[in-house]
Design a protein around this ligand. Sequence first.
Ligand SMILES: Cc1cc2nc3c(=O)[nH]c(=O)nc-3n(C[C@H](O)[C@H](O)[C@H](O)COP(=O)(O)OP(=O)(O)OC[C@H]3O[C@@H](n4cnc5c(N)ncnc54)[C@H](O)[C@@H]3O)c2cc1C
Length: 560
Amino acid sequence: MTASGRPATHSVLNQVPLLTDYDVADDPALLAALHREGGGWAEAELHELGVLAGAASTQEHARLANVNKPVLRTHDARGYRIDEVDFHPSWHVLMNTAVSHGLHAAPWADARPGAHVARAAKFMVWTQAEAGHGCPVSMTYACVPALRNAPDLAARFEPLLTSASYDFGLRAPDGKTGLLAGMAMTEKQGGSDVRANTTRAVPAGDGSYLLTGHKWFCSAPMCDLFLVLAQAPEGLSCFLLPRVLPDGSRNAMYIQRLKDKLGNTSNASSEVEYDQAVAWPVGELGRGVATIINMVSATRLDCVLGSAAAIRQACVVAANYAAHRRSFGARLLDHPAMATVIADLTLEAEAASTLAVRLAGAADRAARGDAAEAALLRLALPAAKYWVCKRTPVIIAEALECLGGNGYVEDSGMPRLLRDAPLNSIWEGSGNVTALDVLRALSRSPDSADALLADIDLAADEPRVAAAAGGLRIALKDAATASPDAQWHARRLAGQIAITLQAALLARHAPDAIFDAFCASRLEPAATAGPGGPGTPFGSLPDGADLAAIVARSAVVTGR
Ligand SMILES: Cc1cc2nc3c(=O)[nH]c(=O)nc-3n(C[C@H](O)[C@H](O)[C@H](O)COP(=O)(O)OP(=O)(O)OC[C@H]3O[C@@H](n4cnc5c(N)ncnc54)[C@H](O)[C@@H]3O)c2cc1C
């Protein structure tokens, strides 16, 4: 035995220091974008949250919240229905931090220009602590613009939805200090085609409606309020359904079971039934999709933010590992094949973050009445949602492999990241549906193509962007004819929009090394030695890329 009492069979060598106690906000692309898009005033708070997100204690809360899954208790000891979901205390710690830092609906009550950008950056930083609890946080953020279609309900509940108080528990919403909101659209027969919803809404005679039916996916069922779609006599309509009625009694919303999911395990996702549940109409009856689309759009932004953040996190973990681990006498990072992989992943992280915060800036300005930014968002948001979210699982899988076998083991945090990765691409419009929304935006809002191209053209003095913009211009024109054939190319067009916009943004805002390598590998695949382009496995960058400068963007300082 050694003096420490450990068996003296071997010395532990070449294991990488834990990536802990670092500032997650120590991210040059994110910080620059924060300032550019008008949220620079939040930088101090962003770093505060970043240090908290990278703290060992937070990492432990994240682990505990995931290994201790939420538990549904349908009945009490005497057989009365209670429909409670129990969460591990660490879930509440994470939620409390998120809400007290205004990651939920706070920017809707903040008149400062850039409030949505500041919140987006904070969300990107804090979601790297743990992604699952972002679900109710995002839905609460997204619910407000839809709820404003019912001014009385908005006046009553918005102050509580935007409050910085995390007040968990099933009590009447009006008596709480803070509220969380969810959404329930998806039914058993299909989630993409919500017009096929079968849940019925019958007028109760006092302005409220009684909902009877089911929802196949209802995440975060312990929220206080839900936006729900149901068939009223006028057609599919949007309603606000409280979990607890104003008199303190439970509404007739019954949780059937919790989903046993691939990932997102800290968060509860449920199947629910309504048996004459009380709900209040939101927006014009019969125009439920038009009303709830405001919420869908805001959650889609969070899908892009969350996925960009996950890509960044995976990159940082991989870069940190490769900077310490040695093989064949050198650091992994000093082996050309590994340096190319880390650099390639870093390009994705930079492009995803830059695009994500640009869209948050557009959302901020659109919320303040900027029509051109609203038009840009209508086209660029579904394209970005499609592209960034779809790239995320493959990027994380590649980053995981940079850790070799250790990456496959839960202790590294990478398996959780990988399991969580596909979700943003599925919900709020799975890949195909989101790509088809790009076509819909083009046909319904022709100004959206002009707004997009105008933004891309700001970088037109860069020949590679100008060439890509030329190609995109033709593709957009072809797609705008609304021919049924356009659907065959929907995914290709969505990807083309996202990559061209990313290239234009990087041309204006990223270091030359990033922009050059991005163009060479994403816009000019023919220039690479072998099969190039975004379909290629990572690590196939063309010769001449400044790998050291690129990889440096993924380095962080630990031990804070
Ligand atoms: C963890 C989790 C949490 C969720 N939480 C919620 C929630 O809180 N509230 C809620 O309402 N929903 C929630 N959902 C449901 C989610 O939004 C739906 O799963 C999603 O919208 C897809 O609907 P669906 O599963 O019925 O698939 P379907 O609609 O059956 O689609 C299946 C596949 O077909 C594709 N497809 C559909 N139509 C077309 C078409 N016209 N052309 C080409 N391809 C098409 C889709 O892209 C998809 O890949 C959640 C899902 C998950 C996984």
